[in-house]
Write a protein that binds this ligand. Structure first.
Ligand code: ATP
Ligand code: MG
Length: 413
């Protein structure tokens, strides 16, 4: 679990604000959810035979003896909240949420025990238009941020009926190569053979490569849905490749699944993953409601932005205010409040804790501000203030206090 320090938090905030603005502009609204839910919610929605439920959840009994879990992902909570608040009755919802998720994983670069997701969910839409919209929206995000080293993979998992037939074919295939399966996979063969395809074990890759693919078992409806999605992506000029091995880690997916992957982050290449989960609402006790969403890992998003040479807008002060002498700081405090009122967005840092002129100038320099404002006793009595450029060869100048806001407004724009 990481501390997110000031030197990187500016990039986080910038990227979070960009993705927030984009999804809001497509008509998605924020929903804020608790970090804790009943354990059963995740067991039922994510599925018992998954990495998350088998070995990654932070689960504990509360004082009342109820089993609670720190959320490992957001979709289950969104659906639970939709149901408990009556948001899904004869209504469609386009929602987003963001925040920390918790998984007891082996920590490594790009994989942490507390990590952060930005999550988008559309409930009540049968698609494939909404599938396309969700993908197009993420493509806009990469474009807007100059993120180029990313690729879209899509697949279809069909519906439960077609998946049952596929499952039989898989079981038959894996039984035939049983001697090559690892322990996890042998166990899953009886319980959930699809999950074998999601194995991260490099020694299993060849066996997985040669397995039958779901796309050959798709039902008519899912075929049409998938064709519809591809046509819409083509029309929107969003490039993709079809990855028949893409099954995604959770049980609840149906039809469309997709993943944005990058080669820029080593083995943790999945940046944004999503899919359709038409059966989940009903499984959790609601009325049948088609639904789809994606989740982006913010840590990987930030790392990818950096790897693509992205830079967040500067977060530092525009001006640093130095005061020397009797009564100058008192006057300066009033002055900077006027500045904050009249120069939109100006970032002003007041020198705090006194200090010699020299040490204040050192702090001014360290603050990365463009200008130091210097108010000494002489300036105070003349009704003027010094503006000293800190990052250019411009001359220092002195302006009347009543002209300060206008002068700075010009200089900073
Ligand atoms: P992976 O295959 O890397 O384990 P996943 O399939 O478990 O990913 P999802 O549950 O789909 O991931 O979560 C969506 C996104 O959240 C991922 O694409 C990734 O960017 C991010 N993510 C998942 N687990 C972690 C983690 N432990 N640390 C950081 N980011 C993560
Ligand atoms: Mg995982």
């Amino acid at each position: 679990m990481n501390d997110i320090l000031p030197e990187v938090s500016g990039t986080w905030r910038y990227l979070e604000s960009v993705v927030r603005d984009i999804v809001q502009s497509y008509g998605y609204s924020e929903i804020r959810l608790p970090l804790l839910e009943y354990t059963e919610l995740f067991q039922r929605s994510i599925g018992e035979v998954t990495d998350i439920v088998e070995k990654e959840m932070y689960t504990f009994l509360d004082r009342n003896g109820e089993s609670l879990t720190l959320r490992p992902e957001a979709t289950a909570s969104v659906v639970r909240a939709g149901m408990t608040n009556g948001l899904l009755h004869n209504q469609r919802q386009k929602l987003w949420t963001a925040g920390p998720m918790f998984r007891y994983e082996k920590p490594q670069k790009g994989r942490y025990r507390q990590f952060h997701q930005f999550d988008v969910e559309a409930l009540g839409y049968e698609g494939p238009d909404v599938d396309a919209e969700l993908i197009i929206m993420s493509a806009r995000l990469w474009r807007k941020l100059g993120i180029s080293r990313i690729e879209l993979q899509i697949n279809s998992l069909g519906v439960p009926e077609s998946r049952r037939r596929y499952r039989e074919a898989l079981v038959e295939y894996f039984n035939g190569v049983k001697s090559q399966l690892d322990d996890d996979s042998i166990r899953r063969l009886g319980q959930n053979p699809l999950r074998i395809l999601d194995s991260k074990n490099p020694e299993m890759q060849a066996v997985v490569e040669a397995a039958p693919v779901m796309l050959d078992y798709l039902d008519e409806g899912s075929q049409q849905h998938f064709a519809g999605l591809k046509a819409l992506l083509d029309a929107a000029e969003v490039e993709y490749s079809i990855n028949p091995r893409l099954v995604r880690g959770l049980d609840y997916y149906s039809r469309t699944v997709f993943e944005w992957v990058t080669d820029a982050l080593g083995s943790q290449g999945a940046v944004c993953s999503g899919g359709r989960y038409d059966g989940l609402v009903e499984k959790l006790g609601g009325r049948p409601t088609p639904a789809i969403g994606w989740a982006m890992g913010i840590e990987r998003f930030v790392a990818l932005f950096d790897a693509c040479g992205g830079e967040a807008p500067a977060q530092h002060a525009d001006v640093y205010v130095a005061t020397v002498g009797e009564g100058t700081q008192e006057r300066a405090f009033a002055l900077v409040e006027e500045l904050r009122d009249s120069v939109a967005g100006i970032r002003v840092e007041m020198n705090l804790g006194g200090g010699s002129f020299k040490s204040q100038m050192k702090r001014a320099d360290k603050s990365n501000a463009q200008y130091a404002l210097i108010l000494g006793e002489q300036e105070l009595s003349d009704g003027r203030i010094g503006i000293k450029p800190l990052r250019s060869t411009e001359e220092q100048e002195s302006v009347a206090l009543h002209e300060l806001a206008a002068t700075l407004g010009d200089k900073l724009n």
